[in-house]
Design a protein around this ligand. Structure first.
Ligand code: ZN
Length: 180
């Protein structure tokens, strides 16, 4: 996995106050993370980092667009990404222990000796969270199903064939049993 330095923020050198960072994520970024669900991704992340003493407030604004496949028919669905995520990053002496105990997913502990904030995994997760879990072709204005009917028909045929095959092998199994 590529470790891109653009996702490492050298926060130690930052003055207290709000700083803005911008990131563009494309298909390559998601492929490097092992994700094959999304395609034609043009995600934009705006990060506002408010540096305080001993902690930082992070606000991630996700924008842009991506494509996923419909869960029913596999047609490509164009999705606009829009979401916001807030996080608190606290500098402590024992970050591993603290992270283990912390139940709030919006709080992250890092070591006081750390100089960089690694946000590559965070922005990856946030983009995924911006994509709806249910991925279906939206009905048209008349409320009609817009899924690819040809594909759905093929799927139905395949299903019928598999259940027939299963029934056949079940009978064969029973015949054998009777012979013995
Ligand atoms: Zn569909």
């Amino acid at each position: 996995m590529a470790n891109r330095r653009e996702f490492d923020i050298a926060f130690v050198g930052l003055k207290p106050g709000v700083h803005e960072f911008n990131f563009d994520l494309d298909d390559k970024f998601f492929a490097e993370k092992g994700n094959t669900d999304l395609s034609h991704t043009k995600a934009h992340i705006k990060l506002l980092l408010d540096k305080k003493s001993g902690f930082m407030l992070l606000k991630f604004e996700v924008g842009g667009s991506t494509e996923v496949n419909c869960d029913r028919c596999g047609n490509p669905l164009h999705l606009d990404l829009w979401d916001e995520f807030n996080m608190v990053v606290k500098m402590v002496d024992n970050p591993e222990e603290m992270n283990e105990q912390e139940e709030d997913p919006d709080i992250l502990y890092i070591s006081r000796t750390e100089s960089h904030l690694h946000i590559s995994d965070l922005v990856y997760e946030f983009v995924l969270l911006s994509v709806p879990m249910q991925r279906m072709c939206a009905p048209d204005e008349q409320g009609n199903d817009t899924c690819n009917q040809e594909v759905l028909q093929k799927l139905r045929e395949m299903e019928e064939r598999t259940s027939e095959n299963n029934a056949n092998s079940l009978w064969k199994g029973l015949d054998k049993f009777k012979e013995n």
